[in-house]
Write a protein that binds this ligand. Sequence first.
Ligand code: CP3
Length: 355
Amino acid sequence: MSVKPGDTSTVRTGVSSLPPFLAACLGRPVPYTPIWIMRQAGRYLPEYRELRSKVTFEELTRRPDLAAEVTLQPLRRFELDAAILFSDIMTPVQGMGVDLEFAPGPVVAKPIRTDAQIDALPELVPERDVPFVLESIKLIRPNIPRGAPLIGFAGGPFTLLCYLVCGKPSKEFGPARQFLYAQPQAAERLLDKLADAMAAYLAAQARAGAQALMLFESWAGLLAPQEFSRFALRAVRRTMAGLRSAGVPLIYYVNQGSALMECVADLDVDVIGVDWRTPLGEVRRILGPSKAVQGNLDPAALFAPPAELERLADGVLEQAGSVPGHIFNLGHGIWPETNPDAVARLVDHVHERTR
Ligand code: CP3
């Protein structure tokens, strides 16, 4: 896999008619490496901050016209190869009646820790409980520049559990991990409920027009392989099992998943999203040729001087190799302090280098 990033000779043959992002998800040849940026719609963009100064984050997610506008902002500015729905992983959980606010991270009024609370969680009926998300997707689809595909998303059940049990963002999510060990059966029941809700949610997004579906496991790295498999991965399998019939690529993002790649190798998804801590060459060796990879430049690299940023991006491309099935991205969400010019340089560089 030690191929120079500019060497796309194998990639050039039989270029797919699908948009490059979707082709790469399916491991098919592409005319250039597609790129999008996790959290590409958000606070590093002046046009987002301008809109956000007038309305709350929640209103942005609940008003389809505004959610559509914010979704499209980064695609107007940069030659990105995919759009991602503007929403939040906690939006469907609010739809299930959980009282929470964004401050700016999710804060749950009454953390869920008892059997009674878990029993009381209703099922999610997306058309009834979060209709605005589906309306947003319908508004966005016909307006995406360059025919770029739209990614729908949800939180991984375990990541949602972290916020629901802990009640607020945290580094260690102590109460959530404590819950896994102290009340494992309750944890599994909560995870099953969340897994089923996210399956319904993602299926509804695909019906509304989402062309790929991504599950964010932002807190995967809190768990050792054994607990990750027992709790997080079992729930993800449950979510993903019903989604194959949606007929769109499935992506599982495993943040801080260096020790977890063997665990996800046989998960039935098309793409594994990877943080910056593991070189993509190593990830691809573990996952094998049947899975595409998405990532994995350190978000902090966008603060490097232009030539150094290009060198760092080349390093990611080199690790990914010339075998099809790489979607360039950051290893985690872009930071609000990032200069948008650096994003423009990165997007253009990845395209030019791999064309
Ligand atoms: O551009 C996009 O990626 C689409 C929109 C999007 C948001 N949140 C908007 C948002 C997506 C895909 C998410 C996913 C999300 N939300 C995750 C998984 C991805 C990851 O970063 O790990 C997580 C863990 C959350 C939970 C969450 N929501 C946090 C921790 C925060 C705090 C602020 C932040 O940006 O980290 C939020 C609020 C939030 N979600 C904001 C945005 C733009 C900031 C709200 C504001 O404008 O005040």
